[in-house]
Design a protein around this ligand. Structure first.
Ligand SMILES: Cc1cc2nc3c(=O)[nH]c(=O)nc-3n(C[C@H](O)[C@H](O)[C@H](O)COP(=O)(O)O)c2cc1C
Length: 132
């Protein structure tokens, strides 16, 4: 599954950069949440393609509206890609070290069970220090 996701992500990063699109793709517990921004007709054309993609279903358009300027474009300065990736609940379930290695996300949210009481727990401090 992570291999399939990594492949999807790489393709999306390359294509979006070519199309001048920026955005965000969040994956958590089998569901995606995506933000795409760019020229309206380019975003619409890509959305049509994504909607027809057989790798997922129940695609819902939450909001489509004009914005004065792209909000997520600044990510292109901090990473070589046009899309920022975030991993939720890092350290829990599937969201582990392999996920980190495969996706090199821009953001990780560490699972609360890993950080709870961290001020009194040396091993937890060492783990978190190693990954951030
Ligand atoms: C959740 C999800 C998000 C996707 N996001 C993008 C994206 O941002 N950019 C992109 O080019 N393809 C994205 N894709 C892949 C497209 O659906 C499609 O497979 C890809 O654009 C290649 O299409 P083509 O071979 O017909 O050109 C996404 C697919 C899924 C399932």
């Amino acid at each position: 599954m992570t291999e399939e996701l990594a492949e999807l992500l790489q393709g999306a990063r390359d294509t979006n950069a070519e199309l001048g699109l920026t955005g965000m793709l969040l994956y958590a517990e089998g569901s995606f949440f995506q933000v795409l921004e760019g020229q309206a007709d380019v975003v619409d054309a890509l959305y049509d393609k994504i909607e027809r993609d057989k790798r997922h279903d129940q695609v819902t358009l939450v909001i489509r509206e004009p914005i004065p300027k792209p909000c997520l474009r600044f990510h292109t300065h901090s990473s070589p890609s046009s899309m920022s990736v975030a991993i939720d609940d890092f350290g829990a379930g599937y969201s582990g070290l392999n996920m980190l290695a495969d996706f090199q996300p821009g953001q990780i949210k560490i699972d609360m069970n890993l950080v709870r009481g961290i001020e009194r727990h040396g091993p937890r401090q060492a783990i978190v220090r190693a990954v951030v």
